[in-house]
Design a protein around this ligand. Structure first.
Ligand SMILES: Cc1cc2nc3c(=O)[nH]c(=O)nc-3n(C[C@H](O)[C@H](O)[C@H](O)COP(=O)(O)OP(=O)(O)OC[C@H]3O[C@@H](n4cnc5c(N)ncnc54)[C@H](O)[C@@H]3O)c2cc1C
Length: 299
């Protein structure tokens, strides 16, 4: 790692050492990351990836960490933060947002420009890039419904490329392999003119607030079943609401969430996740597929 620090310094790429899941994820706990790097240009990203490849260091992109659990053993590699890619602009009925733009900022911009696209998603604590990768969705709207194209950097070729929507394999909470081996630089979103963006956004914000727990979490732990039933329904039916492991809890407000009630660790989270998975399979024969992404040296 020492060589990497020197090379990053020489390349003038901002980075931090030994941040943990506490600083990097919305669960506010998890293992340590050797390096988090903050490139702000394609040139810097290219240089960074070159350094990682030359030194055989593993790396992956990260947005706002609202869907990622870093396991207790941490991640012995580089997380490439998107937050340096933060431009946003509008042309006709399309907004182009850097991958590191938060949904909150994208919504503020949308309100300023009477641009309707994101309203149903209001309140998801995510970056535009992370949402495009995960095909985040709520209240019947998914990112895949509004993405017109994504500009990506290919780790292998070092080239930048525009992927039109037709080439992105969107499915429920998934973009397939469309962004594998790629860093999303920016996302072009198609919308329509509307003067009701603010009231609609507030409406969905309030609906969300009534449903979701107030403690740190990663959102829904599991995907819905193929027939569209929330795993929270089965977890609740199994009597697991409010069950705790250390400082983590299967939320007593929404059984689909595991929350950090204070002092919860990544291990506590994983223990509850496994308990829920095993119980719904045993009691109802339901297969719980992860929605969250676990990364780290254990994986
Ligand atoms: C309270 C709460 C509520 C939530 N509600 C919802 C909801 O209603 N609907 C929903 O779908 N999700 C929800 N989530 C989950 C989460 O917000 C989404 O999955 C979101 O899309 C993750 O975005 P992020 O920026 O935090 O990405 P991260 O969690 O940082 O990363 C997620 C994945 O995207 C990849 N990634 C991130 N940025 C890039 C990039 N620039 N290029 C390539 N890959 C990238 C990462 O490598 C990782 O694989 C919720 C989470 C929380 C905490």
């Amino acid at each position: 790692m020492f060589d990497i620090f020197t090379e990053l310094q020489e390349a003038k790429i901002a980075f931090k050492e030994h941040l943990s899941g506490k600083e990097l994820t919305t669960y506010r706990a998890g293992g340590k990351i050797s390096v988090v790097a903050y490139p702000e240009s394609v040139a810097a990203l290219k240089k960074l990836v070159g350094i990682a490849m030359e030194t055989g260091t593993k790396f992956m992109p990260i947005g706002l960490g609202s869907n990622v659990l870093i396991d207790e053993k941490g991640f012995d590699g580089i997380l490439i933060s998107s937050i340096g890619f933060r431009d946003i602009g509008i042309r006709g009925n399309r907004i182009t947002a850097g991958s590191g733009v938060s949904l909150k900022r994208a919504l503020e911009f949308s309100v300023e420009h009477d641009f309707s696209a994101f309203e149903e998603l209001t309140g998801i604590p995510a970056s535009v890039g992370g949402m495009a990768k995960c095909n985040a969705g709520s209240f019947g709207k998914e990112m895949g419904d509004i993405v017109a194209s994504a500009t990506v950097f290919d780790f292998k070729t070092g080239e930048t490329q525009i992927l039109p929507r037709s080439e992105i394999a969107y499915a429920y909470r998934s973009s397939g392999k469309s962004f594998s081996g790629k860093f999303i630089l920016s996302v072009e979103v198609e919308g329509a003119h509307s003067e009701r963006v603010l009231p609609l956004s507030r409406y969905y914000r309030d609906r969300r607030a009534g449903l979701q727990p107030g403690y740190p979490s990663l959102g829904s732990v599991f995907k819905r079943t193929p027939d569209g039933i929330s795993l929270g329904y089965y977890i609740d039916k199994a009597g697991l609401k409010g069950v705790r492991s250390g400082g983590a809890e299967i939320s007593d407000k929404h059984a689909g969430f595991i929350v950090n009630r204070g002092g919860g660790s990544a291990g506590d989270y994983l223990a509850l996740k496994e308990l829920a998975r095993e119980t719904v399979m045993r009691k109802f024969g339901v297969n719980a597929e992860d929605e969250i992404i676990v990364i780290g040296n254990n994986e």
